[in-house]
Design a protein around this ligand. Structure first.
Ligand code: KIV
Ligand code: NA
Length: 272
């Protein structure tokens, strides 16, 4: 297998064939998506998607490390980026460095992602100068749901200039890419044209340098609700429920296990 992609490889894809990314939280899903993705994101969305938390605010370093380690075991090709969880970096550059270094050392991640634009530029520069590639995340930043007042579209009308300033600031600070979440398509196109690093859209624009989706959303595994920006490529929750219902009915009818699933007293013809 080819060696894993690096943050530098991703950075170099600005303006090229769109970058493909999904979130990932487990080893088997990492194995499934590895060769199809340029990078996989161990997102703090894991808290809502796999742990049933009401927001990403309760996600811990320990959760990110465990899921990062699991995902790393399933990758040989894609770059692994791990999200810095809420309250692990906002106090300042030194706290951010300590926790980012721990995430990378304990998971083998090639980069971290953190939320914030202008106000995180100093932290991004501090990490980048010390060997930690940083992906920025601007627009709708879910860790700030309580100050943003909900998961609303960001950067409309007179807010557009602030989001553009955020994009410029993170690029200037040394981020190797920037996630644009839930902003108008025209603003995403403008940012993509103006900043020298790849823009990764989620609820942004097909004109971005790449796209990311929450894998459980696009597979229809997380079926509680569907944001407008999600395209469902499968309905796995429905498929799983149908399979489980069939199993339940087989068990109750004693039609599972069948003869092929049970063991004889003696081994015949070398079979196990
Ligand atoms: O945690 C996450 O899943 C993310 C992506 C949606 C960008 O940050
Ligand atoms: Na995230």
């Amino acid at each position: 297998s080819s060696p894993a992609l690096t943050a530098g490889d991703i950075r170099a894809r600005k303006g090229g064939t769109p970058l493909v990314s999904l979130t990932c939280y487990t080893t088997p899903m990492a194995r499934v998506m590895d060769t199809h993705c340029d990078f996989v994101l161990v997102g703090d969305s894991v808290g809502m998607v796999l742990h049933g938390l009401p927001s990403t605010l309760g996600v811990t370093m320990e959760m990110m490390i465990l899921h990062g380690q699991a995902v790393a075991r399933g990758l040989t090709h894609a770059l692994m980026v791990v999200d810095m969880p809420f309250a692990s970096y906002e106090e300042g550059p030194q706290q951010a460095f300590r926790n980012a270094a721990r995430l990378m050392a304990e998971t083998g991640a090639g980069a971290v992602k953190l939320e914030g634009g202008l106000h995180m530029a100093e932290t991004i520069a501090f990490l980048t100068a010390r060997g930690i590639p940083v992906m920025a995340h601007i627009g709708l930043t879910p860790q700030s749901v309580n100050t943003l007042g909900g998961y609303k579209v960001q950067g409309r009308d007179d807010q557009a200039a602030a989001v553009l300033a955020d994009a410029r600031a993170v690029a200037e600070a040394g981020a190797f890419a920037v996630v644009l979440e839930k902003i108008p398509a025209s603003l995403a196109d403008r940012i993509t044209a103006e900043v020298p690093i790849p823009t990764i859209g989620i609820g942004a624009s097909a004109g971005c340098d790449g796209q990311v989706l929450v894998v459980d959303d696009m597979l229809g595994l997380f079926a509680e609700f569907k944001p407008k920006f999600v395209k469902r490529y499968a309905d796995l929750a429905q498929r799983a429920e149908a399979a489980i219902a069939e199993y339940a009915s087989d068990v109750r009818a004693r039609s599972f296990p069948g003869p092929e699933h049970v063991f004889a007293d003696q081994v015949k013809g070398g079979s196990k």
